[in-house]
Design a protein around this ligand. Structure first.
Ligand code: PD2
Ligand code: ZN
Length: 287
């Protein structure tokens, strides 16, 4: 492989060579080394490798029957910042995982915002429902024993402020968000492991998707801490996020498939009370 092209274009031949190297089991480091030795600039070489391999993996995934990947929200974490500018607030990055994409944020909400959300939600709580993918409606589900309520998107100044902050934090239009949902868990209540996307094979899913397409990301904000239990768990990667007040866990899923490893659940609260606010983000404007 050699390049004399001053613009360093990723030609079909280069694409093929990168894929062949990967398929032959050569690691990213040795492929990069070979490209640098052939005169490729490092940033161009890295970008070319990433783009080509991502594209190749996507073609293979779809050939194997997986739904196609779509763009998803994400925070700007490329340079491993300690903080992200979320407009009216600097939010701390406590932990970041690539696969599944999970980010734990510190201080997304102030204590006062947590208390205000709880106070506004309290009089409106009812037994939580889940989407009935068979019909497209909603149903009581033994896997989800919390009480909860939804705010309308932009319902009041507090909700608008938080929605704007989330939109800036993960670079996703506010109007693609479902209404903020507040949930209350008492001892013994939980949300058993599930996926937040809608299962494409369920008959009710096409109806659900008319209102903004698939869910592509979730942000769970912790408003009040239980004394024991109540962590958010990701069983596929054996991870548990502690429900620390003001913090949040964000995760995205680029296709509605278990390959995203975004199975997650709210562990039973063992003592005390847990309050959270969940925001689900859709592909398009959610009406
Ligand atoms: O309460 C939680 O930790 C939790 C866990 C899993 C919430 C949700 N899912 C959700 O609201 O989607
Ligand atoms: Zn969930």
């Amino acid at each position: 492989m050699s390049t004399t092209d001053a613009r360093q274009q990723v030609t079909p031949e280069l694409r093929q060579w990168i894929v062949e190297q990967a398929e032959a089991g050569h690691g990213a480091d040795s492929v990069l080394k070979a490209m640098l030795a052939s005169g490729w600039k490092e940033d161009v070489a890295v970008e070319a490798m990433e783009t080509v391999l991502r594209g190749h993996l996507e073609v293979q995934a779809v050939q194997q029957g997986l739904p196609p990947a779509v763009p998803v929200p994400d925070a700007p974490l490329d340079e491993s910042p300690l903080f992200v500018d979320a407009g009216d607030r600097r939010v701390c990055v406590l932990q970041a995982m690539v696969n599944p994409r999970v980010v734990v944020f510190g201080g997304l909400l102030s204590d006062q915002e947590c208390d205000q959300l709880i106070a506004l939600a309290k009089p409106r709580l009812a037994r939580s429902l889940t989407v009935a993918t068979r019909t497209g409606g909603e149903e009581v589900n033994a896997d989800r024993t919390s009480n909860g309520m939804f705010f309308q998107r932009g319902e009041n100044e507090l909700v608008r402020r938080i929605e704007q902050r989330i939109a800036k934090l993960v670079n996703w239009p506010e109007e693609n968000g479902e209404g903020l949902q507040v949930l209350h868990y008492t001892p013994g209540t939980e949300y058993k492991p599930h996926y937040d996307y809608f299962d494409p094979v369920e008959p009710g899913t096409p109806t659900i998707l008319k209102r903004g397409g698939q869910r592509v990301a979730t942000i769970i904000m912790y408003l009040a801490e239980p004394d024991k239990g109540g962590g958010t768990v990701f069983p596929d990667v054996h991870m548990e996020v502690g429900p620390r007040r003001g913090n949040a866990v964000f995760f995205s899923y680029e296709r509605p498939h278990p390959a995203t490893r975004t199975l997650h659940g709210g562990s039973p609260v063992l003592a005390g009370e847990k309050w959270i606010a969940t925001k689900w983000l859709r592909e398009r404007r959610f009406e």
